[in-house]
Write a protein that binds this ligand. Structure first.
Ligand code: ATP
Length: 335
C-alpha cells in the first residue's frame, strides 16, 4: 500500500498483492483506453474484498488482469508471493495458478456451454487438472459439488437450458469449486439474476467461503449487496482506486467525494427518509485535477486517493465522522 506509516503491524496473511497495475487497451492507437491506471492493493487470505464502481470504471479489467486473462501492461500481481504477471503461459506454475484461482461470471447463460451436460461442465477442471482417480471418483466429486451448491445428482445429466438463472449460477459456482481453488474472482455474479434469487446466491457464496476458507474478490456495482458480503471494499473510478477500507468504514464514514456520491444513490428501504433524500452530485473538478495523488491511510486501515495537501482535510474529516455516534445517512435531506 502506498503509505503504510499509520498502519499497525498485523497478522493478516496477504494472498494477492496488486502493485502498480496498469492495463491499457489498444496502446498507442487512436482508440487507446487506459482502463487501469496504476492501482495497488492487497487481498488477505480468507477475506472478501468488494470492488465497486460505475460501469466502465475498470472493475472487470482488474479481475481479468489478476487472473491473467489479460497480460498487464504494467505492474505486478503477486499470488502467494509469485509474480503472476510474469508467468509464462503453459508453464507448470501457470497451470497451478489456473487451478488455484477461479472465476465466476456475471452471465450464467453465456458462461455455460449449452451442448455439454452439467456433469461435464462441472468436471471440466477436474479433467484438465487430472484430479479424479477414476470415473467413479469423478462422478462422486460432481455429485458432492451439486449437493454443495444446493442442486442434486439428478441434475448431472441435464443441459444448461433446463435450468433457471439462479440454478445456472449454482452450476457455475460448482464448476469453480471443482478444482479446489483458494481464490475466487466473482465478477458481478448476481447482477443478471432476479432480485429474489440474488440473496440466495450471495448466502451460498458466504457459506462456501466459511466452510472452505476461500478468499473472494467480489466485483459489483450494486453497493447494497457488496456491503453484505464484503469485509473490505475498494471503490474504483476511471481506472483508479479512490477509497479502500472495511465495509463498515466505507458505508458509515465515506471520505472521498466519489464514494459519498455513490452511497447517496443507494435507495434506502424507508420511504419516509427516501422521499426526503437527494443524491449528492459528484464534483470531480476538486479531486481529479493535475496534482499527483496516491492512496494514503488517513485513518487506521482507511485509505483515500489524495494529493499531499488534501491529506490533512481527509484526516480531520475521518476523525470528525467517528465522533458522531450515529453517522448521518449519506445524502442531503430536504428537512
Ligand atoms: N478488451 C477491451 N478492449 C478495449 N477496451 C476495453 C476492453 N475491455 C474493457 N475495455 C474498456 O476499459 C474500460 C473499463 O472497462 P471494464 O469492463 O473493466 O469496466 P467495469 O467497471 O467492469 O464496467 P462494467 O460494470 O460495465 O462491466 C472501459 O472503458 C471499457 O470500454
Amino acid at each position: 500500500m502506498a503509505d503504510d506509516k499509520t498502519s499497525k503491524k498485523d497478522d493478516r496473511e496477504i494472498l494477492v498483492k496488486v502493485e502498480h497495475l496498469v492495463q491499457t487497451f489498444n496502446k498507442g492507437k487512436k482508440d487507446e483506453v487506459k482502463a487501469i491506471q496504476d492501482i495497488s492493493f492487497n487481498i488477505y487470505k480468507g477475506e472478501t474484498l468488494g470492488l465497486v464502481g460505475e460501469s466502465g470504471s475498470g472493475k472487470t479489467t482488474t479481475g481479468r488482469s489478476i487472473i491473467r486473462l489479460y497480460q498487464p501492461t504494467g505492474g505486478d500481481v503477486l499470488f502467494e508471493g509469485q509474480n503472476i504477471a510474469r508467468l509464462r503461459n503453459g508453464s507448470k506454475a501457470m497451470l497451478d495458478f489456473r487451478r488455484k484461482v477461479q472465476m465466476i461470471f456475471q452471465d450464467p447463460y453465456a458462461s455455460l456451454n449449452p451442448r455439454m451436460k452439467v456433469k461435464d461442465i462441472i468436471a471440466e477442471g477436474i479433467d484438465i487438472h487430472h484430479l479424479a482417480k477414476s470415473d467413479a471418483d469423478r462422478d462422486n466429486r460432481v455429485n458432492a459439488l451439486l449437493d454443495e451448491v444446493g442442486l442434486n445428482k439428478d441434475h448431472a445429466t441435464r443441459y444448461p437450458h433446463e435450468f433457471s438463472g439462479g440454478q445456472r449460477q449454482r452450476i457455475g459456482i460448482a464448476r469453480a469449486l471443482a478444482v479446489e481453488p483458494e481464490f475466487i474472482i466473482a465478477d458481478e455474479p448476481i447482477s443478471a439474476l432476479d432480485v429474489s434469487i440474488q440473496a440466495q446466491v450471495v448466502n451460498l457464496l458466504k457459506d462456501i467461503q466459511d466452510k472452505q476458507n476461500l478468499t473472494y474478490l467480489f466485483i459489483a456495482h450494486d453497493l447494497s449487496m457488496v456491503k453484505y458480503i464484503s469485509d473490505r471494499i475498494a471503490v474504483m473510478h476511471y481506472g483508479r482506486l479512490v477509497e479502500l477500507a472495511s465495509a463498515d468504514e466505507v458505508y458509515n464514514h465515506p471520505l472521498h467525494p466519489y464514494t459519498q456520491s455513490l452511497l447517496s444513490a443507494i435507495p434506502i428501504p424507508d420511504p419516509e427518509i427516501e422521499r426526503k433524500r437527494t443524491p449528492i452530485p459528484y464534483d470531480a473538478s476538486k479531486v481529479e485535477d493535475e496534482r499527483p495523488r496516491r492512496m494514503v491511510e488517513v485513518y487506521p486501515d482507511h485509505f483515500v486517493f489524495a494529493a499531499t495537501d488534501e491529506v490533512a482535510g481527509y484526516k480531520a474529516a475521518a476523525v470528525k465522522s467517528h465522533l458522531v455516534d450515529h453517522p448521518p445517512l449519506v445524502g442531503t435531506t430536504t428537512d
